[in-house]
Design a binder for this molecule. Structure first.
Ligand code: AMP
Length: 281
């Protein structure tokens, strides 16, 4: 696996492969890699002959007071994991390479990016859409792979690719979890041992809500109530936000008569964790 840090080196490597008729997959990440990211690399390997992984802690998608500065960074360990996972190229640019002097474009995907996390983290999805658009432009992949863990991000990227007519297939990989249900996340590294023990209550609450739906409940308000009660069983978890929305449009639903996304954010001490489930329809 080769590592490059400039857009020019990235383009050269990728165009050489393309000239040989190789299909190319892109996996965008912010590093601090775990088995969730590696599941994306695995999916990418099945989808294409060459796999490019980008590693960039994107300042544009962090708000003031968020964890941009303390976000975990370990390029060498990440490169080793990617080598073992069979990635072909690691693109790890500095900020000035992703956003060179004069960079003036912001990509805003209206609708799907504006509710839920978009409303609570102003500018977050503009940052995501802008960096993803630039990465797709640099690599021109046949396939780009994202994780269901960030469900609204997936919806934003799909809308972006469709609206701009980008010739890329967006694939979504199911959330990879620890054996106790906690979704793998680079931010889990912030948790104290006690917080780590409490953290799976988030997934259990999502499952409880899904279960009442499976038992016949169709009213969103009732399903949300079960979710909230389940969260309250773990006093260390503070519910930050929960949404029950149409799985495609990300608009709130009152009746569960189609596939819905139940997505929540909780705080555990200083750490904010997110998770979601899709059900119904
Ligand atoms: P990040 O490095 O957090 O920006 O994540 C990079 C990609 O990995 C995104 O598409 C995430 O949705 C995906 N991802 C993160 N955690 C998981 C997980 N536990 N399971 C599956 N995909 C994940």
């Amino acid at each position: 696996m080769k590592t490059v840090s400039t857009a020019a080196d990235l383009r050269n490597a990728v165009s050489a492969w393309r000239e040989k008729g190789q299909r190319i997959a892109l996996v965008p990440t912010m590093g601090a890699l775990h088995a969730g990211h590696l599941a994306l690399v695995d999916q990418a390997r099945r989808a294409a002959g060459k796999v490019v992984v980008s590693l960039f802690v994107n300042p544009k998608q962090f708000g003031p007071g968020e964890d941009f500065e303390r976000y975990p960074r370990d390029l060498e360990a990440d490169a080793e994991k990617l080598r073992e996972a069979g990635a072909d190229l690691l693109f790890a640019p500095p900020v000035a390479e992703m956003y060179p002097p004069g960079f003036a474009t912001t990509v805003h995907v209206a609708g799907v990016s504006e509710g839920m996390e978009g409303a609570r983290r102003p500018g977050h999805f503009d940052g995501v859409a802008t960096v993803v658009a630039r990465l797709l432009g640099l690599v021109l992949p046949d396939v780009a792979v994202f994780g269901q863990k960030d469900a609204q991000q997936c919806a934003v990227v799909m809308r972006l690719a469709a609206d701009l007519g980008l010739p890329v297939e967006i694939r979504v990989v199911p959330t990879v979890r620890e054996s106790d249900g906690l979704a793998l996340s680079s931010r889990n590294a912030y948790l104290t041992p006690e917080e780590r023990k409490a953290a799976p209550a988030l997934f259990r609450a999502l499952l409880a809500a899904q279960l009442v739906h499976e038992l016949g409940e169709r009213k969103a308000a009732k399903v949300l109530k079960v979710f909230r009660l389940a969260i309250e069983t773990e006093p260390r978890l503070v519910l930050d936000a929960v949404d029950l929305v149409d799985a495609v449009t990300m608009r709130p639903v009152e009746t569960i008569d189609r596939p819905v996304l139940l997505a929540a954010a909780v705080k555990l001490g200083r750490t904010r964790l997110i998770d979601n489930l899709v059900f119904g329809g």
